[in-house]
Design a protein around this ligand. Structure first.
Ligand SMILES: Cc1cc2nc3c(=O)[nH]c(=O)nc-3n(C[C@H](O)[C@H](O)[C@H](O)COP(=O)(O)OP(=O)(O)OC[C@H]3O[C@@H](n4cnc5c(N)ncnc54)[C@H](O)[C@@H]3O)c2cc1C
Length: 451
């Protein structure tokens, strides 16, 4: 039997692969699309609802985003909202919560106040909340003790909002994207194959031969690899992206046994640290509980909780040599980063982890105690942070390898779920241009641009 042929094969059934599947099916005249997923369901790794922070990162309360970056993220983040509204998924898998960036101590209070004055131009709905407003909105941020008899000693202020969509079950959204893609046009072929781990991709003449570990072979005119931390592994296998390595930063969470926060509370980012500051928020998949996290721990795996061979794949993907060593050395020689790395390692060690973690989380809720939190077992995921060997530095955010010959590899650390439809918009243009197909951009922009 000859191999089944598709115009486009997407490798990886997380939210990035699902977003491109949806866009190709609905907004292009590509007629045959195939999604190959390693496991027996969509979104079982980082896009799963319990693996990430469930936050639509718009740029309004993320203090590590510059003014210009916030403008760009706002556009792609709004696409998440548009999709969910278009398919009537609000209050089912997308929710409105109160959200804020909290400043603690004089320096941060000044920082948040200045930032509010600058960023309200992009986000006019933002409000500046003083201590008395916070006492009403989020009382546990204000009090030093559980009995609520005295206030915390430091000054606090927050910039926030009450009326925006903030939270999504990205795992459920992955499934909705695939469903919407399959229902978009009944004349198209939109196949999804589970238990289909891609082992090898070869370019033969003008086609790609895609072979799974089970030995099944498919062919395609264009391939997009959206395999999360595994994308770089597959790229290296084909000889692409050799100037990059990948560092797997696992993120874990701690969970309370009751409601501690009414909404999302993010903190001021330490510029030196490449990973998001700790935050606390209600978990939409654990009714009535508050999650704190994520932690940031370098792990030698490409995925968590699945066992298997990802340790060896991770070692290969790190692409270790003198340049990678130099990147690690530059990070570790800074005492703030060194302490942060060490502390995050201790956050995973039973016995001492809770005690240490609670000290950090007390910056949000000063009265939080060790008895209030549990390590959230089975929660969290891996952020594939890219190491650029040519520039000898850790790259923040996402990376895409596009050699221009019909294949693209995407690496998507946070906020990759928020930017999935924006990344897919970039890739659909590339796919259509290469294949000489039409991208129905007018329709796409009408559906996804803010009026
Ligand atoms: C702790 C943490 C918190 C985060 N918080 C947020 C947040 O609040 N907001 C936000 O926007 N983002 C957040 N992120 C980032 C976000 O979760 C990811 O960017 C996003 O889920 C990536 O989606 P993906 O589809 O690219 O990758 P994944 O979800 O990892 O999916 C990749 C898929 O590819 C499959 N696959 C792998 N190898 C193969 C192969 N060889 N063949 C076939 N299939 C394969 C996998 O099984 C998987 O289904 C967070 C991440 C972490 C770890």
């Amino acid at each position: 039997m000859s191999a089944k042929h598709y115009e486009v094969i997407i490798v990886g059934g997380g939210i990035s692969g699902a977003a491109l599947f949806f866009e190709l099916a609905k907004y292009s005249d590509v007629n045959s699309i195939c999604l190959l997923e390693k496991y027996d369901d969509l979104a079982t790794l980082n896009s799963k609802g319990t693996s990430n922070s469930q936050t639509i990162h718009v740029g309004d309360i993320e203090t590590n985003y510059t003014f210009d970056k916030a403008k760009i993220t706002k556009r792609t983040a709004k696409m998440i909202e548009k999709f969910n509204l278009m398919y009537d998924l609000q209050d089912k898998i997308m929710f409105k919560h109160q959200k804020m960036a909290l400043g603690v101590g004089e320096k941060e209070v000044e920082f948040i106040t200045n930032r509010y004055n600058q960023f309200k131009e992009i986000f006019p709905y933002l409000e500046l909340w003083d201590k008395e407003t916070l006492r009403e909105k989020e009382p546990l941020l204000v009090y030093a003790d559980k009995e609520r008899t005295k206030d915390r000693p430091e000054p606090i202020v927050a910039m926030g909002t009450n009326d925006q969509y903030t939270t999504v079950d990205f795992g459920a959204m992955t499934k909705e994207l695939v469903k919407a893609g399959q229902n978009a046009n009944s004349e198209k072929t939109t196949d999804v194959y589970f238990n289909s781990e891609v082992d090898e991709i070869e370019k033969i003449a003008d086609k790609f031969k895609v072979t799974t570990v089970n030995g099944t072979v498919y062919t395609a005119d264009f391939v997009v690899v959206n395999a999360g931390a595994h994308s770089l592994y597959l790229a290296h296998k084909m000889g692409y992206g050799k100037h990059m390595g990948s560092l797997s930063m696992a993120g874990s969470f701690y969970i309370t046994n009751g409601t501690y926060l009414n909404g999302k509370v993010y903190m001021v980012q330490n510029d030196k640290l490449p990973f998001a500051a700790l935050h606390g928020d209600p978990d939409i998949l654990c009714e009535g509980k508050t999650r704190f996290g994520p932690t940031a721990l370098a792990l030698l795996v490409l995925e968590r909780y699945k066992g298997g061979k990802s340790f060896f794949q991770c070692l290969k993907t790190m692409n270790f040599d003198g340049n990678i060593m130099k990147i690690f050395w530059d990070l570790i020689k800074d005492s703030e980063i060194r302490n942060y790395v060490f502390k995050n390692f201790l956050f995973e060690i039973p016995g001492i982890n809770k005690k240490l973690f609670v000290q950090d989380a007390q910056k949000i809720v000063p009265s939080l105690s060790v008895e209030d939190i549990e390590y959230a077992k089975g929660f969290g995921g891996v952020r594939p942070q890219v190491l650029n060997k040519e520039e000898k530095k850790l790259m923040l955010g996402e990376a895409s390898i596009n050699p221009g010959n019909g294949i693209i590899f995407n690496m998507t650390p946070s906020p990759g779920a928020t930017s999935c439809l924006g990344n897919a918009e970039r890739d659909i243009k590339e796919v259509c241009k290469y294949l000489g197909k039409a991208f129905h951009e007018e329709q796409f922009l009408a559906d996804f641009t803010e009026k």
